[in-house]
Design a protein around this ligand. Structure first.
Ligand code: GZL
Length: 333
């Protein structure tokens, strides 16, 4: 699979996008007319965007990035649906976009599986699909492109920190998994486990907190009740929000997060970075949510009939407590 690694994406306002004229579902009609208004100005591109929901700070930043990029002034009409983390509702939203004959569909798929049928229906309707953020297990022939982050590498970077931090010291770890069946949960687990292989870190429990703060808190409360704070050395949370929930549970149990129990998370959203600066989280791997401009460029290029990379990765970075203190005031999310 061809892929492009973008090392940086500007945190500027929405880039001026060159828009192609589109009518109906974005394809030129037999006469070659692409639906411009005769004056050469491009017509609005109608995009259906199926978002996972509003489960985390990361998701809010991602939604804002997408809405800013697919704005009216950039030549788009955005039909937005948030599926409340419900895979069936999200597939139904995509079916509705097909019935509305939008020009293009963008999806941040809640889970990897179950997408083949509706993506086939979009292909039959000649409506291009762009994936942003998470991936699907369906054939890559069923979507035009995907833009997002390397979740497996994020897991590796988190695991490498843990292996370095704990060395050969016998360490009891509990894991707060992301949404069951989602690409980030699957890949971040696999990458982390690869990185800690051969270390003395033992996973004593691993359950999903569904990427939410409440979910992370309630699962961590269960771990504390089952194992006691004394027998938990490390929390690996697949995102900051679950790590922040774990902090609440650890403090309620009278222990000190970041000291009695160390915490490593992924995302680097504002609240997570603040907890890192405050010493309650020990290490964060960034997962950049600002994917809107890249997704909008992919939509316009695909509708213009241009060849696009099938896979566009945005590079991540990592933060220690000291590094977070240096950058927290200048970060856009
Ligand atoms: C990762 C994204 C995940 C974030 C969570 O790209 O899909 O979903 O890590 C979010 O915070 O809920």
């Amino acid at each position: 699979m061809r892929k492009t690694l973008l090392t940086t994406i500007a945190f500027t306002g929405a880039a001026a996008l060159t828009l192609s004229g589109c009518s109906g579902n974005g394809n030129a009609d037999a006469s070659g007319d692409t639906g411009t208004d005769g004056g050469g100005a491009a017509e609005t591109i109608t995009v259906g965007f199926a978002q996972t929901g509003a489960e985390s700070g990361w998701r809010s930043a991602n939604t804002e990035s997408m809405q800013n990029a697919f704005s009216e002034e950039n030549g788009f009409e955005l039909i937005f649906n948030a599926a409340d983390n419900d895979p069936a509702a999200q597939i139904s939203a995509v079916r509705n976009f097909i019935n509305q004959d939008v020009d293009a569909i963008v999806i941040a798929p809640v889970v990897e599986d179950g997408w083949d049928d509706v993506l086939e229906e979009a292909a039959e309707a000649e409506i291009p699909v762009i994936l942003e953020d998470r991936t699907v297990s369906a054939s890559e022939d069923l979507y035009a492109a995907w833009v997002g982050l390397d979740f497996h590498e994020e897991g590796v970077m988190a695991g490498e920190w843990a292996a370095e931090e704990f060395g050969d010291t016998p360490t009891n770890m509990v894991v707060l998994e992301g949404t069951t069946g989602s690409a980030p949960a699957n890949e971040r687990a696999a990458g982390f486990d690869e990185a800690i292989e051969g270390s003395a870190i033992e996973t004593i429990d691993s359950q999903t907190g569904d990427f939410t703060r409440d979910g992370g808190k309630s699962v961590m409360e269960g771990y504390i009740s089952n194992y006691g704070v004394e027998d938990i050395d490390l929390v690996y949370a697949h995102n900051d929000d679950m790590g922040l929930g774990a902090i609440e549970a650890i403090e309620a149990a009278g222990a000190t997060p970041g000291e009695d129990i160390k915490i490593v998370t992924i995302d680097a959203v504002k609240d997570g970075m603040q907890a890192l600066v405050d010493g309650k989280i020990n290490f964060i791997v960034e997962c950049n949510p600002m994917l809107g401009e890249l997704a909008a460029e992919l939509v316009t290029d695909v509708l213009a009939g241009e060849e696009v990379e099938k896979t566009v990765y945005v590079e991540d970075q990592t933060f220690t407590q000291e590094q977070a203190a240096e950058v927290i005031d200048s970060r856009p999310y």
